[in-house]
Design a binder for this molecule. Structure first.
Ligand SMILES: Cc1cc2nc3c(=O)[nH]c(=O)nc-3n(C[C@H](O)[C@H](O)[C@H](O)COP(=O)(O)O)c2cc1C
Length: 192
């Protein structure tokens, strides 16, 4: 079974970022792909301690074991596709998403490229400005991890401020759905 895991980096559960992930998931599920969303909101998740113990231990995990990161790394390793999704906070990703990127990214490097040739996609919710920068931040994770990144008909962003407002962004929805279709297309060919 092909699996895709999505991480919602919003500090607000079930908001616009979550809705955008659901649009991508609907298209993946139509193709028989299994999906799981992990919402970082409310979870304990700290930044990288720069201890480099992951390079010494080489056990596939972060040496800081008392927060949510190792559970996320395990899900990334088990999945064929990884979605990183974040609201735009001051023209970049949320602090929770940045912490996940730094720690999951360094552990992957310490363990011979854990996400190599998995399929990755970034998704961004935004009120008005800074989405492209947040989108770039997440794509940097995929591209340095030797992952394959499919595109859509626009950069993967949806507009809205209040919870649920993104549902009025028709182009945002279309962009997410086409992203899901392209992700499924690539995943089927890579795993077939
Ligand atoms: C701390 C913080 C910073 C924000 N910075 C920006 C920003 O730089 N640009 C912008 O357009 N919206 C900004 N927003 C608005 C959110 O990106 C927007 O409401 C988004 O839809 C939230 O997604 P969510 O519902 O998944 O939490 C900010 C919101 C917060 C809480």
């Amino acid at each position: 079974m092909i699996k895709v895991v999505a991480f919602n980096g919003s500090a607000r559960k079930d908001g616009n970022t979550a809705q955008m992930i659901r649009w991508v998931f609907e298209e993946l599920e139509k193709e028989g792909i299994q999906t799981e969303m992990v919402q970082l909101a409310g979870k304990e998740i700290r930044g990288c301690a720069a201890c480099y113990k992951c390079f010494k231990n080489q056990d596939g995990f972060c040496s800081v074991k008392d927060d949510a990161v190792n559970e996320c790394i395990e899900k990334m390793v088990q999945a064929h596709g990884i979605i990183l999704a974040s609201p735009t906070y001051f023209a970049d990703v949320s602090a929770e998403m940045k912490a996940l990127i730094d720690r999951a990214g360094l552990v992957a490097k310490a363990n011979n490229e854990l996400y190599r040739r998995k399929v990755g996609a970034a998704v961004v919710a935004v009120r008005r400005g800074g989405a492209v920068h947040a989108f770039d931040s997440m794509n940097h994770f995929f591209l340095i991890s030797q992952m394959i990144v499919p595109g859509s008909c626009y950069w993967n962003m949806g507009f809205g401020l209040e919870k649920g407002e993104v549902e009025k962004d028709e182009e945002g929805e279309r962009t997410m759905r086409i992203l899901g279709q392209n992700m499924a297309w690539v995943l089927k060919r890579l795993t077939g």
